[in-house]
Design a binder for this molecule. Sequence first.
Ligand code: PEP
Length: 257
Amino acid sequence: MTRRVLVSGNWKMNHNHFESIQFVQKLAAILRASPLPSGRDASLHPPFTSLRSVQTAVESDAVPVALGAQDCHGMDRGAFTGEVSAEMLAKLGVSYVIVGHSERRTYFGETDEIVRAKLDAVLRHAMTPILCVGETLDERQGGRAEEKVSAQLGTALSKRPGSVVGGLVVAYEPIWAIGTGETATASDAQHMAAHIRREVERLSGAEAAGGIRVQYGGSVTPENARVLLSCPDVDGLLVGGASLGAEGFAAIGRAGA
Ligand code: PEP
């Protein structure tokens, strides 16, 4: 089955709302001059404070990118100071929500169970979760990378209908490759992407495994994007640092097409 490639820019805690608008205007001009190839989708994941500005700028310039968020709470409302709900994101026109990013798991103590609750919330509000999974360097060197990823997938995806799981995006982000300049080799990325698809098939059936999109993330650049996207089981890229500039992000969106 031919899947659409999804390239997502995770800005993390970068770009205030003025900088975010400038980014979108620049991207609009770049994509007007040279559109993304057919079969390519893109999403931008600004900080919460920039979501509304990005949404307005994307709409007014008709930029062909979806609005994404970096996180959400698992509950729809209540006494959770500082948090933002999936319901609020859906109202803003957000289409994709990253859940379980390793920085959230490491710095904010997110467990697999919390990640599952966030995934539930995103689905409840008809958005698409980008579920991040990945191993530490210790786990990789100890031969436990697949086991770790399987456990994360198991908690997040078990007991869900195959038709729902087939619509999700899973981002394989080896923790040792995030923001470090160390990229997994294409063969590492392909190996784990194929493992993820097999696990999804075991948990949710062949239809789900065929439908799910698997992104690779970890020090992606315009230079290494082509080889990563050439992997048969890699359907997209989750990009941090290299998504902060409109030219670099557009170059990654076009890579190899
Ligand atoms: C990320 O934030 O998900 C990421 C992969 O970051 P970077 O591309 O900077 O490694």
